[in-house]
Design a binder for this molecule. Structure first.
Ligand SMILES: [Zn+2]
Length: 351
């Protein structure tokens, strides 16, 4: 028996076929003796995020028995506001090239729905819009989700996808969504469009200094006193924020001729964080390279993506975790970021 409230949440966010698929997932969980929790089920699901957390909480126990707390995971908060987090068994080579995939015997895309279901047969995925949501098999924190497109299209983002993500955040405001570009995406898969979500507040969201560059329906600011280059776009209207973010990305990727050479050298890709706290917000991190030099020499093992750029430096290597000081962590973010002057030169064409 599905509580009325839950049914409403399901109905509001999906087409009829997917809504039915979601209903079956909930029914299955309700019927599962191991996880029947009448109190929780009859209790309040205030929004889509609560429902996703509920599904994931129960299904991860069945399908992907990983927890992200306790001895396995370790975390240190640094005085400069950044965080270093040790996450065991992180595979630094998840971003295989096509050839590497074949060499390893993977012929299918790991983010295609059929492949996900084949690799994790007990998994219950949850539909939302054009995405299916499933627990990330290599979670950074609890309730780390992947939102993968229903069709196999290459990783990219435009204002259309951003609006979808804002719509998701509207229904599941406790989540943050992040996007890793196809070139420098940390450990993300580049060949299938997807986003990821976390429920944790990330350091970049806190009160850093800001230089306001443009005030309007969607405003643009450069985050100050933060080790990475970070541009914040925010506003009350999701469409205005998505369109403005999209313009920022466009000038990075297709810069005007007079600055094109500098930009191509300096801005190779971006990572993006989408958040909603009152305003809709995007943080854009223009990137100049994938790895800091010290990582290339094996001195420490990090591969910065959106989460790292947002202030949580992840490593799967215990030695690296112990070694990283606040200075080193800040240096890594600085080193993989694009030059401030190039970023500002680009933004001048918008503001
Ligand atoms: Zn795919």
């Amino acid at each position: 028996m599905i509580p009325h409230q839950v049914q409403q949440i399901i109905d509001n966010c999906c087409d009829p076929v997917r809504s039915n698929a979601n209903r079956r997932v909930i029914e299955e969980l309700c019927a599962d003796q191991r996880f029947r929790d009448r109190q929780e089920l009859s209790g309040a699901f205030n929004n889509l995020g609560d429902l996703i957390i509920y599904v994931q909480k129960h299904q991860t126990q069945i399908a992907i028995p990983q927890k992200t707390q306790g001895e396995d995971y370790q975390e240190r908060s640094l005085d400069n506001g950044l965080v270093v987090r040790y996450k065991p068994k992180r595979d630094f080579h998840m971003r295989f090239t096509e050839t590497e995939y074949q060499k390893r015997g993977f012929t299918e895309c790991t983010l295609d729905e059929q492949t996900v279901m084949k690799n994790f047969p007990e998994l219950r995925r949850f539909w939302w819009d054009n995405y299916f949501i499933w627990p990330n098999p290599s979670p950074i924190y609890d309730y780390h989700i992947t939102l993968a497109r229903d069709i196999h299209v290459v990783q990219s983002v435009s204002s259309v996808e951003m609006l979808h993500m804002f719509a998701f955040l509207n229904l599941a405001p406790q989540f943050r969504i992040f996007y890793n570009g196809p070139r420098l995406g940390g450990a993300s898969v580049a060949k299938h469009q997807h986003f990821q979500g976390l429920v944790n507040e990330l350091p970049i969201e806190r009160e850093w200094g800001r230089i306001e560059l443009y005030m309007g329906e969607a405003s643009i600011a450069m985050v100050q006193d933060y080790p990475a280059r970070a541009i914040e776009v925010k506003g009350k209207e999701p469409k205005a924020v998505a369109d403005m973010t999209s313009r920022v990305l466009e000038v990075f990727m297709f810069p005007p001729e007079e600055i094109a050479e500098d930009v191509r050298r300096e801005i190779v890709d971006v990572n993006i964080l989408f958040a909603r706290r009152g305003d809709y917000r995007t943080f854009i991190f223009p990137r100049t390279k994938e790895l800091p030099i010290m990582a290339g020499t094996g001195e420490y093992k990090v591969r910065p993506g959106a989460v790292e750029m947002s202030g949580v430096m992840l490593t799967g290597d215990k030695g690296t975790y112990q070694k990283l000081t606040q200075g080193m962590t800040a240096d890594i973010l600085d080193e993989v970021s694009s030059q401030r002057n190039t970023v500002l030169a680009c933004l001048k064409y918008i503001i």
